[in-house]
Design a protein around this ligand. Sequence first.
Ligand SMILES: Cc1ncc(COP(=O)(O)O)c(C=O)c1O
Length: 414
Amino acid sequence: MDKKTNKRYYNSEIFFERACKVIPGGVQTLAKGLSQSPLGVSPFYADRAKGAKIWDIDGNVYVDFVSALMAIILGYSDPDVNAAISSQLNSGTIFSLNHQLEVELSEKICSFIPSAEKIRFGKNGSDSTTAAVRLARGITGREQILVCGYHSWHDWYMSSASDSFGVPSSLSQLTHAFAFNDEQGYLDLFEQKKKDLAAVIIDPVQIVGPKAGFLELIRETTKENNTLLIFDETITAFRYALGSVQGFLGVHADLVVLGKGLSNGMPLSALLGPAKYMDHMEKMFYSFTYGGETLSMAGALATLTKIENEPVLSTIEKTGSYLLKNLKALILEYEMQDHFELVGYPVRTHFKIKEHGKLSISEKKRYFSQIMFSNGIINNTIHTINYSHTTEHVDQLLHAYKMFFVGLQRNYKV
Ligand SMILES: Cc1ncc(COP(=O)(O)O)c(C=O)c1O
């Protein structure tokens, strides 16, 4: 690795150097590595976080718009969630028996999502999407799967991706990807695979929403073909709407996966659906030691209670709308619309870096990261608004964008 280059991130760089000796690639999660955080201009290690803020191990403070890759919905270290977890911690984290929290949390989630009659939990989104696909294969007796979006690090999904080191190549005959909002692409694949098609799994809002008729087409064709439709709501559930986005989008899936947003940062996901499908799980092997771990369940119950009782979603929507409106205006004010575009719903917007001019996308991205971090902002170009963000935090973000645009014009003649 290069020599340490920046005093501001001195301790981060020392630790990252140590990490690379004992951890392949230095990180546990791809998006926390060098692909998002260029060496020399980035912090790598958090010391602590509270509300919307993160302190790094060099003592720098940031307003965080990544929200722990969407795992945080209320804010870091939320007092109500913390109290629930602490209280449960004193009674035990896991037992040789089941715990009543599993029942209470299942009942609470079912009360939010009308199509949910039964639930099984997982520890992360990958657990629950994998369970959904296995369940669909078991129920239909078919093997083909169509996917749209990222769904899991597991073999069944990664066989359809380019990044498939170590994944048996034979599996690529079973999982096939189509692009979001590409009706013809979907129909072509559907026609080819429909005889043996167990499920279509889709992330229903991929920053931008579905085009009119796209999800309806998938719903209609899967229903006619007795193929199960799975909404992978690892990202969308409890963020875009109270519970699932099915009501919000007007299309109903057969099975739904919940993940980030469910438990404000504790490792928990869920697969749910009507009893007529979920009861088949009694025949399917889906069992793991930490399945009923109680701190995540206590955290989830406290998170959902807060979402239910406080204006969490409306506040997120308001703060996100403020960002959306003002950042769009700033892009126009600095005449940056050929280089950048802001897309998405207020709750999650993407500052898209476009191919234009003499700087490449990766050169613009590197400069972007440098300016964001040095202005006290954590921003991977996707702004995930949580309940702790205020308009003052957004103003700080907008100031960093101004510095970015001014810097591009001054230093790079963009
Ligand atoms: C839509 C979607 N599904 C599934 C996953 C996998 O979730 P996890 O990383 O918790 O396994 C992700 C992760 O980002 C995701 O965005």
